[in-house]
Design a protein. Structure first.
Length: 291
């Protein structure tokens, strides 16, 4: 079994998956699916409900058990424990035979989420782990951010990797005016990145610049991690940063960066060679962008 783990989010509920290298497919946590469909936080209730569903469907001639596999997922006590996991076909079977119609919305999300631009670009972002996309000498430069953006959005946006020529705003926030953007990026590129505070300052300024028409947050968080890895031998465990806390801190950072500093410092880890940390980082980064 591969160590490739994905975390997707359905209405703020984690749906974890593990990649099966031998069979070239994802296996999804059955308990997570039940939690998402039922909008239930209690892990024990969902685990028991999943057991009930398996038995009920087996009596109706719907054999979920025979097509489930046991993979290790992190349990609430922090330990890796074997649990039922469902492949794509079995998820469809479960949802279509679910006792209530709440599963319909889940199945729509499950079926189409990977066919969207976000879904396709996230798949590309996963493969950054195996790539040597950015040379060490380029980390922290605008060129490296453009390379990251072009890599994950290439073929999806015609402006992938290209600095915008139009002024943009989001949620009432106006980003750097297009006519001043290139000069601003040169200034940001020259900012020092030798300490934690300097790196965060550079990240905050790049966020204010927002150099691309779309996909700034996802690209810039990867860029930030590359700088941390090169300069501090650290990276961010994004799973430790709450979505609302992060978004609020980034909005506030345009005037006061103390909150984002606190969040990032509390999430730093030296596990820079841990594939799971990287994969979780991509998943959480995309989760922050969901409306």
């Amino acid at each position: 079994m591969s160590n490739k783990i994905s975390i997707r989010f359905y209405k703020d509920h984690k749906v974890r998956a593990i990649w099966d290298e031998e069979n070239s497919k994802w296996w999804f946590s059955a308990t997570d699916i039940v939690r998402a469909i039922n909008d239930e936080e209690d892990y024990k209730k969902c685990r028991n409900y999943w057991k009930y569903l398996k038995g009920k469907m087996a009596k109706e001639g719907i054999q979920l058990v025979s097509v489930t596999n046991h993979f290790k997922f992190m349990s609430p006590d922090g330990k890796q424990r074997a649990a039922d996991a469902l492949d794509d076909a079995c998820v469809h079977t479960l949802a279509k035979n679910y006792p209530n119609n709440r599963a319909n919305a889940f199945l729509d999300w499950f079926t189409y989420s990977d066919n969207t631009i976000d879904g396709q670009s996230r798949k590309k972002a996963y493969t950054l782990w195996e790539s040597d996309l950015v040379a060490s000498r380029d980390v922290g430069k605008v060129k490296s951010l453009q390379q990251i953006h072009a890599y994950i959005f290439g073929g999806l946006y015609d402006f992938a990797g290209k600095i915008r020529t139009k002024t943009i705003a989001k949620g009432g926030t106006l980003f750097c005016l297009a006519e001043y953007l290139h000069q601003n990026l040169k200034t940001i590129e020259q900012m020092p990145e030798n300490t934690f505070d300097e790196i965060v300052d550079k990240y905050v300024e790049m966020n204010v610049a927002h150099p691309f028409m779309e996909g700034n947050g996802r690209s810039t968080r990867i860029w930030l991690d590359m700088i941390f890895k090169k300069r501090m031998k650290m990276c961010v465990d994004w799973s430790k940063i709450d979505k609302k806390d992060y978004l609020d801190a980034m909005v506030a950072s345009m005037k006061d960066s103390s909150h984002i500093r606190m969040l990032l410092r509390g999430a730093l880890t030296d596990r820079i060679d841990d594939r799971e940390i990287f994969m979780k980082g991509i998943d959480y980064s995309y989760y922050y962008e969901e409306e």
